[in-house]
Design a protein around this ligand. Structure first.
Ligand SMILES: *Cc1c(COP(=O)(O)O)cnc(C)c1O
Length: 398
């Protein structure tokens, strides 16, 4: 079952196999970091070139009107919405996930002024928790409670990630959302590690945030997105009350007056060039059957776990339905193991203190890639290639 020829046969029968040709991937590299920075779609370079040379170069400031730049936060939001189970007019694109978290949690607190507890997850990607701590510090008189402490009855808002960045463990979104809402709290989902890797549906939640540079392949620094449930459009407030969320930005009025709908959650000038790269990625996503992406993701991550066997201790759930599109393992010298692996063409990453992460993006990773990655990993471990002195010193970005 687990030999390379079998994997090649699975690749040949893969309904998603044609998507690999839509990406630029370096020769001799198995890229398992699509959960951190997605690979480059072929169409992106031309789309960005056009934005620079034709839109900016020829239209100059007129591009705000003629090239749709001003509308990008909403037009791209509408195109992204189906990927998270949302509808048109519910998603705004821009800023960073950290900023979107701040906006979402702050808006939720204002909608539940009688409650003083923010539930967050200390195991979540740190920025989520940091942003909550900063907001609570500014407001004073708020308790930030770890989700492990339990209890939503007195919570104003609950912020959780659908898929854990470290272990890849996945929450059951419908049941957690229902539980949080039944307790009278507002639910904010962070879908950074699930969007583009599986069918995501946060339409029952109150707010949602996510980034577009991981599985969505929007490019380094691609803008984030913020979903606001329509039931809050009239009352939810944007504490980052920038001019782009004003009802009439170009009236240059003295006082802030929020725009109707999700537009009020825009803050400042859109990142036009980053939006162009994201747009190119979304052109592709429109053709991607997400059910097949999830099925292949579960098969690939299971294959990787099976091939590695007991050579490493898994940190991810063994049940495919309970994990995202990544596999994590623990090793006390994980950093060195990863460096040795990258030197041999298999790119994963390391998360302190001891996690080796492998993101498996089904659009450009195949069964034979997973086979080769596992074979190289086993070689690095068996021969203790990681013991080489070259791997002892840490670089700035792991
Ligand atoms: C990647 C990621 C982020 C990134 O935040 P930025 O502000 O866009 O840098 C935030 N939260 C989670 C859960 C992530 O996985």
């Amino acid at each position: 079952m687990l030999d390379r020829d079998h994997c090649l046969a699975l690749d040949a029968g893969d309904p998603l196999r044609e998507f690999k040709d839509e990406f630029v991937l370096p020769e001799g590299v198995v890229y398992l970091v699509g959960n951190s920075l997605g690979a480059l779609p072929r169409r992106t370079a031309e789309r960005v070139r056009r934005a620079v040379a034709d839109e900016w170069g020829k239209e100059l400031v007129g591009g705000w009107n003629t090239e749709g730049w001003y509308e990008q936060p909403l037009t791209l939001g509408d195109r992204l919405a189906p990927l998270i189970g949302a509808g048109p007019g519910q998603v705004v694109v821009g800023n960073t996930t950290s900023i979107a978290i701040y906006q979402a949690v702050a808006a939720a607190l204002r909608l539940r002024p009688e409650r003083r507890v923010i539930v967050s997850d200390v195991r979540n990607f740190p920025t989520d928790h940091y942003m909550v701590q900063g907001l609570a510090g500014l407001l004073g008189d708020y308790e930030v409670r770890d989700v492990a402490a339990g209890g939503f009855e007195d919570a104003a808002v609950v912020l959780l990630g659908e898929v854990d960045y470290g272990t890849g463990a996945r929450h059951d979104v419908p049941s957690v959302t229902a539980e949080v809402r039944a307790a009278g709290a507002l639910m904010v989902w962070d879908v950074c590690h699930s969007v583009g890797a599986m069918e995501v549906d946060i339409s029952a939640a109150d707010f949602g945030v996510g980034c577009t540079y991981k599985y969505l392949n929007g490019g380094p620094g691609a803008p984030a997105f913020l979903y606001v449930n329509p039931r809050h459009h009239a009352a939810a407030e944007n504490v980052l009350s920038g001019w782009m969320g004003h009802a009439e930005p170009f009236a240059f009025e003295a006082d802030y007056r929020p725009a109707e709908g999700v537009r009020r959650f825009a803050v400042g000038t859109p990142h036009v060039l980053s939006m162009a790269a994201l747009e190119a990625a979304l052109d592709m996503w429109e053709r991607v059957p997400m059910g097949q992406v999830r099925a292949k993701s579960m098969a690939l991550t299971s294959l990787f776990i099976d091939l590695v066997g007991d050579a490493l201790e898994p940190a991810s759930p063994l049940d495919a339905a309970a994990r995202g599109s990544q596999v994590s393992f623990r090793h006390p010298d994980g950093y060195r193991v990863m460096r040795a692996l990258i030197d041999r063409g298999v790119h994963g990453d390391f998360r302190a203190p001891d996690i080796l992460r492998f993101g498996i993006a089904p659009l450009y990773i195949g069964y034979a890639d997973v086979y080769d990655a596992a074979a190289t990993l086993l070689e690095v471990l068996d021969q203790e290639l990681w013991q080489d002195e070259r791997y002892a010193h840490r670089r700035g970005v792991t």
